[in-house]
Design a protein around this ligand. Sequence first.
Ligand code: MN
Length: 308
Amino acid sequence: MDFTPFIVPEKTKAGFSFADTPVKISYKESEVVFYGVPLDITTSFGKGTARGPEAMRTASARQIETFVLDEKSDIYDCVGIFDLGDLKVPKSKSKKKVFEFLDESIPRTVSALRAEGKIPVMMGGEHTLTYYQLKALAKENPIVIHFDAHRDMKVEYDGMKMCHTTPFYHLLEHIPGENIIQIGIRQADNEENETAARSGVTTFDAWHVNDDIDRVLDHLQRVTAGKKIYISFDIDAYDLPYVPCTGTPEPFGLDPFQVLKMFKAIPPSARLIGMDMVEVGLRNDDYREGTLATQTLYRILARKYVKP
Ligand SMILES: [Mn+2]
């Protein structure tokens, strides 16, 4: 594993590893490997997601117990967590140069982690980043569970092919639409809806979840049994009052109990091969989103499908 493209957690803005503990576990002992990408160059409305990794590291290291009360177990008894730190994204004015760097460094990191049997967890940063991580995992043929208020399936936006509203359109070149489940959707344009329908993407919009969650749970249980899975979680899948810092919050969203039910519907026979938590913001020392993002990640990490 090449550690050089990363700033070690102690030298990041937070100054801590994710879920920091007094006795650190080594990379070798770990099963789940976190890394941050503090990228915020194409977001169109609210800024602040460059501080997402900082929000999650600080909340997890300083505020949140590693004991997960509803699981009656410590997160470290569930999985070994190691944090690589933040990817050193070049400070270039050219978005093209930055994306070329990401397109090379993220797949290389993810492939190296998978070759060593690790589960990569990316802390964003804007949702654009999911494209680079998930593209590298496409050959493992995962079922992709995408929690978001938005489809992120625009062909381009503001003249940009790669940006925070387009990753899932471009991922359709690498992942069959039939293997993608979008949950919590409540904003998209008609073209995105048509792209999703034409590609065979399964959609449970926020009203589906609110009106009949059992149907969603049945589906998740059925299609993920015995399969490799990837979870992409945009924090704005949660309802607007839960997410005071993210760039594009939306009403009619999910609540944490609904999200937990969905994580629990995925059976132990599924196997997580990677995940990301993106669009988390930090403003005015408001760690509510960092806390919610961390607690969401803990609820996934406590599940049996997180064993390598
Ligand atoms: Mn979103």
